[in-house]
Design a protein around this ligand. Structure first.
Ligand code: AMP
Ligand code: GLY
Length: 424
């Protein structure tokens, strides 16, 4: 079988390493992949957003199965284009990917179907938004409607900050057309949990829960990033809460999308906050999370490709999706200065003994050498039967990897360990 994976980050590397375990796979192409992924797949110089070129490549190379991982191609209709030429895919069509592509859509969906989320108002007129902010409860949260590389959310502690966020999105067009509409929502509190799930529109099968670490600095300080590390499972997400989420959030979301004629097939990501009033949806993503995938998939004991194909074929109910009882920790090694500005092009030294735990996000090959080529450079994941040990082992492996200007948080998983203590 020839498999094609669209995307080129750490998440895609984790997917590729897992798909490779399937004996029927003869070749894996990554579009565009990266210098590190090149160790596990054939990288093809086609950008993930270039839908026409992706479809042409799939046709010419007789691809048997495609996995579309990032949000942009999903929202742009990559799955629609591939299915049109007869290539079966893992991932939602554009009309379902809108659940991530438009926050106005997802908020209205949750309101219509009584799915718990933060209270909100939507605006397509800046003056009305500014007027609303005169009396809105503070702190408040301002969100651009469309995709904004994870940066379109502002938690405003003051009315002035909230207004400045609205102006930057709607007048200064900081995120282009993504800010034509905005959502202003209630500020919620509580531990955050990421739950990735497989769904074929008939059943929803949650994967092991995880916890992201979004801020750049230790103790959750500094700027928001794409994610500086993850652990799984998330200790705050108890069996009781999981059952409540299944009943009040996961199944109702799947049913709501079906009722809207937008059946979602693929990985539906629930970003949840466990508030004093119960679990609420902070955001939906139409894809695997990054770096959540780098802790979730190493704990998957079932064959990933089989589960993905069952999702496509709508036979997920008959397919075993089993996770180990262990814990995983992924520490992201980034370039100093990320997420603002950083230098690239430093040679990376990754000893052979740790390669199978490394998921490369930003690297390129030049004259046979692997050079840093992004803000997030790689992630190192270790698993163990307990979280404390998984964290320890991850940092031991991180210590074996070197590149100039390397930066990583030293406290990945600490919040989760504290949570475990409090829960005991
Ligand atoms: P999002 O891009 O929607 O995941 O938002 C980024 C981060 O902002 C989330 O991970 C939360 O930490 C925070 N956030 C988003 N919405 C809210 C909210 N309504 N209340 C409190 N924090 C929020
Ligand atoms: N790590 C958060 C995300 O993938 O959106």
């Amino acid at each position: 079988m020839k498999v094609m994976v669209v995307g080129g980050g750490g998440r895609e590397h984790a997917i590729i390493k897992k798909v490779k375990e399937n004996k029927n796979v003869s070749e894996i192409f990554a579009l565009p992949g990266n210098g590190g992924i090149a160790k596990d797949a054939t990288c093809v110089d086609i950008e993930a957003k270039d839908i026409a070129a992706i479809a042409k490549f799939a046709e010419e190379n007789k691809i048997d199965y495609a996995i579309v991982a990032p949000d942009d191609p999903l929202v742009l209709g990559c799955v629609d284009a591939l299915e049109k030429i007869g290539v079966p895919c893992f991932g939602p069509k554009a009309n379902a990917a809108i659940i991530e592509g438009s926050k106005v859509f997802s908020k209205n969906l949750m309101k219509k179907y009584n799915i718990p989320t933060a209270g909100y108002e939507t605006f397509d007129n800046m003056d009305e938004a500014l007027k609303y902010l005169e009396t809105a409860p503070i702190p408040t949260v301002v969100k651009a409607d469309g995709l904004a590389l994870g940066k379109g959310v502002v938690i405003a502690e003051t009315r002035e900050d909230a207004k400045a966020a609205v102006i930057s999105m709607m007048q200064d067009k900081k995120f282009g057309a993504s800010g034509d509409q905005i959502v202003i929502e209630e500020f919620l509190t509580g531990p955050e949990v990421s739950v990735l799930s497989f769904t074929d529109g008939k059943v929803v099968v949650p994967m092991v829960s995880s916890m992201d670490h979004k801020r750049a600095g230790d103790n959750d300080t500094g700027l928001n990033t794409g994610g500086m590390g993850t652990i799984a499972p998330n200790p705050y997400y108890t069996e009781e809460i999981a059952a409540e989420c299944m009943e009040k959030i996961f199944i109702p979301t799947m049913n709501a999308m079906n009722a809207e004629g937008r059946t979602f097939k693929g990985c539906l990501y629930f970003g949840l906050m466990l508030t004093p009033n119960g679990p609420k949806v902070i955001e939906y993503n139409c894809r695997f999370g990054d770096p959540e995938t780098q802790v979730v998939l190493p704990l998957l004991e079932s064959d990933l490709l089989e589960v993905m194909m069952a999702t496509t074929n709508e036979t997920l109910a008959d397919t075993e999706v089993k996770f180990s009882n262990g814990s995983a920790c992924c520490v992201i090694m980034a370039s100093e200065g990320y997420p603002v500005s950083y230098e690239k092009g430093f040679e990376m030294d990754i000893p052979e003994e740790v390669w199978d735990k490394v998921y490369v996000a930003g690297a390129k090959l030049k004259d046979g050498k692997l050079l840093t080529n992004g803000g997030r450079v790689l992630g190192v994941t270790e698993i163990s039967d307990n979280l404390e040990d998984a964290i320890k082992k991850s940092y031991e492996s991180v210590a074996k990897i070197h590149f100039d200007n390397q930066y990583f948080r030293t406290d990945i998983g600490r919040r989760a360990l504290n949570g475990l203590q409090n829960l005991r």
